[in-house]
Design a protein around this ligand. Structure first.
Ligand code: URA
Length: 239
């Protein structure tokens, strides 16, 4: 691959800007300064540095974030901070985007990647990817709610939800529950509880398909998926 293309693909500037970096002597390949934009490099074997920093070339990036409340699941927003604003420059150069949306006030597992095909397949309504949420509900949650969610409840727009698995973790004047759904309608968990006359007062996503939230991540922190997690995700998405 041409060195200018590699650097431009990684987000270090347009081809023209990258040419200038080369001309200024900022780029070295295997410790040799390189000025020729046409030089071919093998991203796997050659060591490319920009201002002394080694540049890792990979096509795809897969990040798991523990999304904090108050941040939008989008790449840009006119008012609020987005999950992409929370990324380090070295990760944002890959132009990743969140796979699906969590509401502004929802916390927890968010996959952020630049793998459009994987994202598309995981979000496909045909795929029925299970997602498990932990929620705090404003009142007692009953066995009746478990049966209602198993059958499907009618949302405010008339849509009848697919069977969902509700587990009561602690029932009381405020209840802790876990709910697994296989679809992703707008505000789905909140609207399902509204359909049975209850309100979600806290919501956190725990799993999505084969991925589980790494509980060692503080709110707003993220990490790359491990090779094993990427493998599981790719296998899951292919089946
Ligand atoms: N369901 C909701 O209501 N909100 C979310 O953020 C995710 C699922």
């Amino acid at each position: 691959m041409r060195i200018d293309k590699m650097l431009a693909n990684l987000g270090f500037g347009s081809r023209k800007e990258v040419k200038k970096l080369l001309k200024d002597g900022a780029v070295k390949v295997n410790d040799q300064p390189v000025k020729d934009a046409k030089l071919h490099v093998n991203p796997k074997d050659d060591t490319v540095t920009l201002n002394g920093e080694v540049i890792e070339y990979k096509e795809f990036i897969y990040l798991m974030m523990n999304k904090p409340p108050g941040v939008i699941s989008a790449t840009e927003d006119s008012y609020d901070q987005t999950v992409v604003d929370l990324l380090e420059f070295e990760d944002s150069v890959y132009s990743p985007f969140p796979v699906g949306r969590l509401d502004k006030d929802t916390e927890g597992l968010l996959l952020i990647t630049n793998d459009g095909q994987l994202s598309h397949r995981l979000l496909s309504p045909k795929k029925h990817v299970p997602k498990t949420y932990f929620a705090v509900i404003d009142q007692e949650v009953s066995e009746g709610d478990i049966s209602a969610f198993k059958k499907g409840v009618t949302l405010d727009d008339g849509y009848v939800t697919k069977p969902a698995d509700l587990k009561i973790i602690k029932s009381g004047i405020r209840s802790d529950i876990e709910l697994t759904i296989t679809e992703g309608k707008f505000h789905q968990v909140k609207r399902m509880f509204e359909a049975v006359g209850k309100k979600v007062i806290y919501l956190k996503r725990l799993t999505m398909g084969p991925l589980s939230l790494d509980e060692s991540l503080e709110l707003g922190e993220y990490r790359e998926l491990t090779d094993e997690e990427i493998q599981q995700l790719i296998e899951y998405e292919a089946n």
